[in-house]
Design a protein around this ligand. Sequence first.
Ligand SMILES: [Zn+2]
Length: 280
Amino acid sequence: MRYKSDYESINLQQYRKTYRFYDEHHIGLQGLNERIRIRGANQFWNIPGLEFANAKLLNLPDGYYLAITTYQNKGGEKKKYKPEIGIDMEIKTTITTSDGRKHKVLIEESERIKKCQRLIARRKKGSSNWYKARKLLQRAYQKLMSRKKDSASKIVNELLEHERVYMQDENLSGWHKGLFGRTVQHSVLGLVKAKLIKHERVTVLSSRMPTTKYCPACGKLKKDITLADRTYECLCGHREDRDIHAARNMILLSQKHTCGTQEINAFGEDVQRTQACKTI
Ligand SMILES: [Zn+2]
């Protein structure tokens, strides 16, 4: 028997017609007589006023999933946010916040993936054993992706507890080349960034804003700082962890920019700087 084709998903348009919950652990699907045991409904089971809408039955490499759309009344309560925060993403392994926290953003590729890749290389392409091995590999990749997504959402949710998030517009695609090539593959930074950029409480600052160079103590720009310098040290004596320094400057500089020309002088006579100010 040769492998033919897969259904990857089935749409279940209407709750109670195409699918329904019997209880927290069992669902019914249209066309099937038996109740199907599920896991994971505890995430939403006790949320008051939750309404189910359409769903999608997914055939993923590691099993079947039901993705459900739900509606919820948001209520009139206003959320209280923490104060604004700047985030630095210059080192590809870590996100540093202006309040001095560091989030690790690397998810290591599992041993299992490497094993599956070796296995698949030994099989004859198109043979049923090759398909089996490929399925195992897909499953391992899906697990990795789930871990990445999970880690990214946790970081994003934590950052968005703040009233406003400042980040800098860095060239993500550029990271794939050079220095951080392999690291970037395993980084969830791209996922985090993609989620943040879309959010209304996130301000993306121009990449030309000198968040690394600017000294908040004396207002001068330190021009000779390189990627290897992990500590910012100004001639005036100001000293700080490079990433926290940059993250703090994001808040500081974005505020200065809205205050008019007088503040722009704080950047010294740097022409590039002045142009950058205008674009914001
Ligand atoms: Zn200084």
